[in-house]
Design a protein around this ligand. Structure first.
Ligand SMILES: Nc1ncnc2c1ncn2[C@@H]1O[C@H](COP(=O)(O)OP(=O)(O)OP(=O)(O)O)[C@@H](O)[C@H]1O
Length: 280
């Protein structure tokens, strides 16, 4: 008899005696004060639930309308976050490391990038296009630009002036483009002083000194003396890597890997909570 009774108790779906109603608020009473807000929302929801359509049967628009009316506000389809600021990317590195090669490929694979065309006082070489390779100006015109503070940075390179026009940067940043500046290490140092942390400074390196020298030899654009100067300079320049934000290895035959990494840096910069805000 006792055995059957206990078996019955074990199998029954309902308790054999009425349970006291569930103490809904007992747990809340012991919660910290701030959490009571949650209970208020729950109570309000429960109160309105009689007019809320069935989650299983109602259509998505009906549910959206019901949620909006419960909350007393409508859902906005506007982007939750503001558009990321345009970037100023400063790409630098020793001679022959592949700055031009990386930038050329980057421009092919990424949209909304503007590669700044430098102004120069040097005469145009055969095959060069004004406005594409450089903006060719006279020495007087260049010095007038300097006087009017129209250049972000400028330098005398092998007897000719070269400088970065501010107007071009402003114009393309205004269109939402990211700006790419290709400069040597000295240029990067000057730009760091001007831009501070508002620019993104990327240092390109080869995987080894040997690889860099081989690349320079294969390019066949330098004389023996020029090669020696470039190698000696490169040895000094790699010591300055810690002044940059990122370092990217452009390994032999792995141009795509380097370009992908620069692309990832751009993406990561765009996802930053605290955006850089360059003022030119
Ligand atoms: N990942 C790579 N693998 C093999 N060759 C490469 C790679 N990257 C660049 N090169 C080649 O190395 C040579 C030097 O590259 P590039 O001219 O782009 O260097 P740079 O840094 O712009 O040089 P400089 O500062 O002297 O103008 C070029 O012949 C280029 O095609």
């Amino acid at each position: 008899m006792f055995r059957r009774f206990s078996t019955a108790l074990f199998h029954t779906k309902h308790p054999p005696f009425p349970l006291p109603p569930k103490p809904i608020f007992t747990a809340l009473q012991t919660l910290p004060k701030g959490l009571l807000f949650t209970s208020t929302i729950k109570m309000a929801d429960t109160h309105k639930s009689h007019s809320f359509p069935s989650l299983e049967k109602a259509s998505k628009p009906e549910l959206l309308r019901a949620l909006e009316s419960s909350l007393g506000t409508s859902f906005s389809s506007d982007s939750i976050l503001p558009t990321p600021n345009p970037l100023i990317l400063v790409i630098s590195g020793p001679s022959g490391v592949g700055k031009d090669a990386v930038i050329k490929r980057l421009r092919e694979v990424r949209e909304n990038l503007h590669f700044v065309v430098t102004s120069t006082s040097r005469t145009m070489r055969p095959g060069e296009v004004d406005g594409k390779d450089y903006i060719f100006v006279s020495k007087e015109e260049f010095l007038s630009m300097v006087k009017k503070d129209e250049l972000l940075e400028y330098a005398m390179v092998y007897g000719d002036y070269k400088g970065i026009p501010k107007k071009q940067i402003r114009e393309f940043m205004g269109k939402g483009c990211d700006i790419v500046l290709r400069v040597d290490i000295q240029g990067a140092e000057t730009l760091r002083r001007i831009l501070g942390d508002s620019g993104v400074f990327i240092f390109l390196v080869a995987e080894s000194e040997l690889a860099l020298v081989e690349r320079l030899i294969e390019r066949k654009t330098e004389s023996k003396e020029e090669l020696l100067v470039r190698i000696a300079t490169a040895r000094e320049e790699v010591k300055l890597v810690n002044r940059f934000d990122y370092v990217v290895i452009n390994a032999q035959g792995k141009l795509e890997v380097a370009v992908d990494l620069v692309g990832s840096i751009i993406d990561a910069e765009k996802a930053k909570v605290r955006q850089r805000t360059p003022f030119i």
